[in-house]
Design a protein around this ligand. Sequence first.
Ligand code: SAM
Length: 261
Amino acid sequence: MPEKKKLYNIARSFGSASESYDISARLQRYSGKNLMPWLPNRNDLTVLDLGCGTGFFTDILATRYQQVIGLDISSKMLNFSKSNRSDDIFWVEANAYKLPFADQSIDLIYSNLMIQWCESLVSLKKEINRVLKPGGLFIFSTLVDGTLFELKSSWGQVDDDKHVIDFKNESELELIFNTEDSKLIDYSIRDIVLEYENVLHLAKELKGLGANQVPTKQSKGLAGKDKWKKMMQCYQDFLEPSGIYPATYKVFSGLMVKLND
Ligand SMILES: C[S@@+](CC[C@H](N)C(=O)[O-])C[C@H]1O[C@@H](n2cnc3c(N)ncnc32)[C@H](O)[C@@H]1O
């Protein structure tokens, strides 16, 4: 699928979720808060929230920093943010691969659970480093391999299609962010297990997050009702004694610094 079309699909998928997003964003809230201890204490900074979604964390950043920009590829997400968040924030509709900012103009880029949607993290990291000032920080979270393994394994027993997005692993991320011009100075990986009443509840939440978009051509065909039924039966293998369906998210939180030229 051409790159432009993929990005359009991601924007459309998140856009259609903009109204329901904040209700089903349990994971985002948790991972975004986890990044807070890395935020610098001085307030005279220009800060970019990359892939800001509904602007929940952009609003929090605006209480701490002088100039805050929320950027997203989805106009609907941004419309929601504009009407619900602080008037002091600048909202920008753009693609993370082509940031509309001058070289070395941003002190801090915060990005919560966005970069897993970017297929070329090497290009993204290059763009991030272009706009960051020397010594600038990139504080981010993303999902790594092992995420939604219950769903992946259940679908795996039904067909060979890809139903869950491909996530990078720890060493791939280290390689991308530890380069001659940047250093991953700290990171952690946490398993977050969310509980669902049933598999449909999980599917609904993924949809509410816009996370149903799998950027490959295999995702085109809709799984039929029978396939869904079979997958739900397979998911029963993970059912907890309390009758709750778990879903595991492996959240990678990272603190990268741009090195001086
Ligand atoms: C899972 S949401 C996270 C939103 C927000 N950071 C939060 O914590 O609630 C991911 C967001 O990234 C945006 N996004 C995905 N790919 C993007 C890209 N290439 N450029 C800019 N934004 C992108 C989506 O539109 C979506 O709003």
